[in-house]
Design a protein around this ligand. Structure first.
Ligand SMILES: [Zn+2]
Length: 159
């Protein structure tokens, strides 16, 4: 059996509506020290996979540098610019992940994602903290993309 990586920080879109919404993970009062430790940890991850294209911010905040790869610390796998949501949109990550970081001892990291199984189940079940401020997120980078997606879906259903 292959070793497992736990996915975290992959947000919902029209293509993956079952993933969590960053708006449910907002915490304006997150302890700054802890937040900085998490940001430092995320930055030190090792690139292990590439996207088909570049990622985009679910808040459409016009940030262009959202990265194109996935990083790992040997136990978790996350998008390269997950830190953007923490820095710019007050997202806090689940407690189990923060505990993992606070107790982190460097792990051996295999070279290729094919050496691992990625577990998305835990992340899909994450509900956030139920303290959502009135902030909307988007399911695609542009309304046009959402419209085209819905039209394609409608056409497929009519066949
Ligand atoms: Zn943003």
């Amino acid at each position: 059996m292959k070793p497992k990586l736990i996915a975290i920080g992959y947000w919902k879109s029209i293509y993956e509506p079952e993933l969590p919404d960053p708006a449910n993970f907002i915490d304006l009062n997150w302890n700054t020290n802890e937040k900085n430790i998490v940001l430092q940890h995320l930055k030190k991850g090792k690139p292990i996979a590439q996207w088909m294209g570049t990622s985009w911010c679910r808040y459409r905040c016009k940030e262009n540098d959202m990265g194109a790869s996935c990083l790992t610390d040997g136990k978790y796998i996350y998008p390269e610019k997950l830190s953007h949501y923490i820095n710019k949109h007050n997202v806090r990550l689940p407690d189990t992940f923060i505990k993992h970081i606070l107790n982190y001892k460097p792990l051996n990291i295999l070279a290729d994602l094919n050496n691992y199984d990625v577990d998305y189940e835990l992340w899909r079940k994450e509900l956030g903290f139920n303290n959502t401020p009135n902030v909307n997120t988007y399911l695609a980078l542009t309304d046009d993309e959402i419209e085209k997606f819905n039209e394609r879906k409608k056409a497929d259903n009519n066949i």
